[in-house]
Ligand binder design. Structure first.
Ligand code: PMP
Length: 307
């Protein structure tokens, strides 16, 4: 990833990609205290446009606030940086990675002279999941790793260190031949995937875990709004047990990278008919139309990257 052409936004300016370096004593590298976003720009008829940029930047600033990392850039500057990172690299579609991290000015947990740095990288990232997975659904395993407790790590923050838990869970699931993990909260209720929120469909209603042990996903919010406003579905946020998932009619993950991703199997049990269900398909197809600018009603969720 480091050895490539292009420009990357680093603390206020676009610099050559290969020069975007930091010291091995970078504080965040040692303790994981940092926060980031995963944002996407889609190819539309009006050029590359970023989906729900404002919401992602708001969440980044909230994460930084929760972690007590003072931002020295305005939200407007970070929004502009994201547009610039896409435009400067002439990307038609892109994955964007804004990240806030502590520098190498000090070491140890008590360091109090740390500078807060911000980077924004944008690059073309081919589909997170194969086209078949989007259509057929993926196989998922309940993780042996528990998702964060609200009072151990701050689950409203999209913090770097949280992803140790995600990677342990994902690697375990991949090793056992599944494509994703489903993590339970410390009380044993369904929380989320390693990098996605979770939904199930039962008797025509949509259920998703409350925002306790899971991230306040922007795709989650999007799908909840579409389900209610476009499809007249009831959406219920509640505690969900693992066996409720086994007997669901449909289940899917949502996320910026995963988009709307059907789940066809959990722990060796087929969900519904063992393939993408009709409500999942409707939500998925509407989501793709919106992110690619084909739905004028939601054009306000897209920000053009070219001035
Ligand atoms: N949960 C976790 C742990 C995630 O990393 C992500 C991806 N950011 C999500 C849920 C989905 O969030 P969003 O829809 O905002 O991408």
């Amino acid at each position: 990833m480091a050895d490539r052409d292009g420009l990357l936004w680093f603390d206020g300016e676009l610099i050559p990609w290969r020069d975007a370096k930091t010291h091995v004593l970078t504080h965040t590298l040692h303790y994981g205290m940092g926060c980031f976003e995963g944002v996407r720009a889609y190819k539309t008829e009006q050029g590359a446009q970023i989906f729900r940029l404002k919401e992602h930047t708001d969440r980044l600033f909230n994460s930084a606030k929760i972690l007590s990392m003072p931002m020295s850039f305005s939200k407007e500057a970070i929004n502009a940086a994201q547009c610039a990172a896409v435009a400067a690299n002439q990307l038609e579609h892109a994955y964007l990675r804004p990240m806030v991290f502590f520098g190498s000015e000090g070491m140890g947990l008590r360091a109090d002279n740390l500078k807060v740095h911000v980077i924004v990288a944008a690059w073309e990232w081919p589909s997170y999941m194969s086209p078949e997975a989007r259509e057929l659904g993926i196989r998922v395993q309940t993780s042996s790793y528990t998702r964060h407790h609200v009072n151990i790590s701050m689950t409203r923050a999209k913090a770097n260190g949280h992803y140790i838990n995600s990677m342990l869970a994902l690697n375990e699931a991949l090793r056992s031949g599944c494509e994703e993990a489903l993590l339970l909260d410390p009380e044993g209720y369904v929380a989320e995937g390693s990098g996605e929120n979770f939904f199930l469909v039962r008797d025509g209603k949509l259920y998703t875990p409350e925002l306790t042990a899971c991230l306040d996903g922007i795709t989650r919010r999007t799908v909840m709004q579409l389900a209610r406003d476009e499809f007249g579905l009831e959406v219920i946020e509640k505690r969900i047990t693992r066996d409720e998932v086994y007997i669901a009619d449909e289940a899917f993950f949502t996320g910026t990278a995963a988009e709307v991703l059907p789940i066809r199997e959990l722990d060796g049990r087929a969900i519904g008919d063992g393939r993408r269900g009709p409500i999942t398909e409707q939500l998925q197809s509407r989501y793709f139309d919106i992110v690619t600018g084909k739905d004028a009603k939601y054009a306000h969720w897209l920000t053009p990257c070219q001035a």
